[in-house]
Design a protein around this ligand. Structure first.
Ligand code: PMP
Length: 396
């Protein structure tokens, strides 16, 4: 493509996005991503972060990160397999394995990276992957990268999964078959039906893969969705992120020893991308220590989530199928959803609208993420604003 062709391609497509109202604008924060944030000089109650336990701004994590910077510097300086593995990377991986009750764990630079790395290191064109239709984008991309045949099953529909797994097996076309699901689905806050998935996988000999980005730190007293269901020995791949409840950045796979050993020799982001920074590693270690020592933050998160959910439901909002702190207010029509989010912003609440194509047409929503760091007063103030704006727009 000539440079002129590229320019046309970019302007045409950007204009099309803008014309359809699908162009993402970004509001830069002028503060930490805590329960109250500052944007454009305006203070807002923040219901949009994944900082579930408030650890992103926790003093104990900050101190650990600063100490690690003093000892090891700001950058790792190399990929893990050259000389970018520090003693603290190994300590983090041991702590993650204990946290997830598995034999071993491997850390990556992000949760997104982790799905790209892990799926493609194990699955190939001779294999099939059964993937929930609402799985996260990084799972979709990891599946594509692997070149395995991807068979989507209807969201949490166990009959559809069973039928499609049977078809895949009886076709005789595939060497390995894997079932992949999010532990907690990020748009609706519903929990995957792991006991049924494990039952089907056991019966049919499927590899099991759970991305618990939104379940870790949240379910199972903090240990995640797999622990919540008592299935730690039944899931081959437990994926997590260090970027949400853990409060830092990074991702990991926890599983049996030989799986982790394989990922250390075969997964490309581990081999070819510079390792997590010392500050990220030390902050994450501290977070896991805190979660292991006490469930107080997890309890506070649930207390706040239950309070907000009850308040929104009482006001007449539709919070859909949410079973976790992820609390959508489903508005429906796209422009109304966006107008609702804008009015919340004007009144002092930051809760982003999520519309088509991220969610199906007509199911636009404002997604609320209460955290352990919110006070009851903040949640009351947010609910009062929801009440006012909901009435004003004829939603409640
Ligand atoms: N998996 C799921 C289910 C997620 O929701 C996310 C984050 N949006 C990721 C993976 C990616 O994690 P990270 O932000 O650490 O890259």
């Amino acid at each position: 493509m000539s440079t002129k062709g590229l320019k046309e391609f970019l302007t045409d497509n950007l204009n099309e996005l803008k014309g359809k109202g699908l162009y993402n604008t970004i509001d830069p924060l002028e503060s930490a991503n805590g329960p109250v944030i500052t944007i454009n000089g305006k203070k807002l109650i923040n219901l949009s972060s994944n900082n579930y336990l408030g650890l992103a701004t926790d003093t104990r994590l900050k101190e650990a990160a600063i100490k690690a910077i003093r000892t090891y510097g700001v950058g790792a300086g190399a990929v893990r397999t050259i000389n970018g593995t520090f003693d603290i990377h190994l300590e983090l991986e041991e702590k993650l394995a204990d946290f997830k009750q598995t034999e071993a764990a491997i850390a990556y630079q992000s949760g997104f990276n982790c799905n790209m790395a892990a799926i493609s290191a194990v699955m190939d064109q001779c294999d099939a992957i059964l993937s929930d239709e609402l799985n996260h984008a990084s799972i979709i991309d990891g599946c594509r990268l692997s070149k395995a045949t991807v068979i989507r099953y209807a969201h949490s529909d166990m009959e559809d999964l069973r039928v499609k797994a049977k078809q895949a097996i009886s076709s005789g076309q595939y060497d390995k078959i894997m079932v992949i699901t999010d532990g907690v689905f990020s748009m609706d806050g519903d929990i995957a039906k792991l006991p049924e998935i494990v039952k089907i996988a056991d019966e049919m000999g499927l590899i099991t893969y759970v991305d618990d980005a939104h379940g870790s730190g949240v379910l199972g007293n903090g240990a995640g969705t797999v622990k919540h269901f008592g299935l730690s020995d039944k899931i081959d791949f437990q994926i997590g992120t260090l970027s949400k409840a853990i409060g830092v950045v990074g991702g990991y796979v926890a599983g049996r020893r030989e799986l982790i050993e394989w990922l250390k020799v075969r997964s490309r982001p581990f081999l070819f991308s510079t390792s997590l920074t010392p500050a990220d590693v030390a902050g994450s270690i501290k977070a896991i220590e805190l979660l292991t020592e006490s469930t107080a933050l997890n309890k506070k998160l649930w207390e706040n989530a239950d309070y907000l959910k009850a308040g929104l439901t009482k006001l007449g909002f539709n919070i859909g199928a949410s079973e976790t702190p992820i609390t959508p207010c489903i508005i429906g029509e796209e422009t109304k959803t966006q107008a609702f989010s804008t009015r919340l912003y004007e009144e002092g609440v930051y809760a982003k609208s999520i519309v088509f194509p991220t969610v199906p047409k007509g199911t636009g929503r404002v997604r609320n993420m209460p955290t352990a760091a919110h006070t009851k007063e903040m949640l009351d103030e947010a609910l009062a604003i929801y009440e006012k704006v909901g009435k004003e727009l004829g939603i409640t």
